[in-house]
Design a binder for this molecule. Sequence first.
Ligand SMILES: *Cc1c(COP(=O)(O)O)cnc(C)c1O
Length: 366
Amino acid sequence: MRVPYVDLAGQYAPFREEVMAAVGRVLDHGWFILGEEVKEVEAAFARMAGTRYAIGVANGTDALILPMRGLGIGAGDEVIVPPNSYLASASSVALVGATPVFVDVCDDYNLDPAKIEAAITPRTKAIMAVHLTGRPANMRAILAIAEKHGLHVLEDAAQAVGATYFGQGVGSLGIAGGFSLHPLKNLNAAGDAGMITTNDESLYEYLLKARTHGHRNRDVVDFWSFNSRLDTLQAAIIQAKLPYVEGWNQRRREIAATYQARLGDLVWVPRDAEGEHAVYHTFIIQTPQRDALQQYLAEQGVDTKIHYPVPIHLQPAAAYLGYKKGDFPVTERQTETILSLPVFPELTDVQVDYVCATIEAFFAQK
Ligand SMILES: *Cc1c(COP(=O)(O)O)cnc(C)c1O
C-alpha cells in the first residue's frame, strides 16, 4: 500500500464541476481584479471566522505584513514570535522593518505563555500567536499578558482555517488574523491566496487600500503600498470550496482521533486542550526514534514530513539576530523528535489503519 502525504488531485476530483463552473463564471464576466467573488468570499470567510471583516490578499505572508503595517509596527519595534513555525511568521516581522524576538514553545508547538513576559521590552509592540498545526495557541494567557503590557496580539492562523477556541473562531481573538489559502492549507486556492480577519474598522479601512497600492479611489493614493490583491479567479475557487471546509476539518479530526487512540502509548501525540477545537492541518507525533521510524514508514510506502527541520532562529536568514543553538531548548528538542503523519481528509480508513499498523509494527520489532 502507498499512503502519500497529500493528494491535491484527489481533493479536487469530487468538486471538479463546481470549481470549473466558478472559474467559467469569472472568465465570462472578465472582472479579474477585485471582482464580485472577492467580496462574496470575504463575507463568507468573515462569517466562518466570526469577525466583522475579512479582506482577501495575495498570500498568507502578506496577510501578516499588511496588518502590522496598518498598526504602525516598523523600524525599532519588536514582535514576539515562536521559533518553531513556518518562517513567514518571523520574516513578516522583519519585512515591516521590525525585529522578531523569539520565545520558546510548549509541547503543542505553540508559544509558551510562561516565557513571554521575560522577552517583553519597551520596544515590544505585539505578540504573534501562531496556531501551528491547526491547534489554537493558548490565547487566554497570551491575551492577558498583552493586555497587561499594552501590546497587540496578531494571529498567524495560516494553518488553522476553521479552528475555534472556547467557541470563537481563530482570527477573531486578536486585533487581526492572517490566513493562508495556499494549495497545501486546509482551505486552498489553485495557487497563492490569503485572507485577513479583523473586527477593527479603522484597520479594515486601511487594509482595503493597503492591498492595492494605497489607492483611495481610482486616481488618488493615500500612501505607498504593495500590490497584494486576491485574484477573482482564486476567490471564486475558494468560494466554491468554503462550504466543504468544515466537513474536511471534521474528517481531519476523525483521523487525528484514530491516531490518538492507536498510537498514544507508543509515541507522543497531540491532544486537544480545554476549549480547543483543532483542525489538524498537520498531525505531528514525537518520538526519540524519529529518523528510524520515518525511514521504516518510507520503506512501507507511508510518506511523512518534518515541520520544521530547522527552527527559524537557526536559519541563515536569521543570523543577524544573534541567536544560537541552545537558546530555545523545547523547539530544538522537537526538531529532533517530530514527525508529521498524513492527515488529509481524503485518506481512507484503510490507509489510516495501515499507517497505525505500520507504526505499531515498527515498535513491536524493537
Ligand atoms: C503557510 C504559512 C504562512 C505563509 O503563507 P503563504 O500563503 O505561503 O504566504 C505563514 N505562517 C504559517 C504558520 C504558515 O503555515
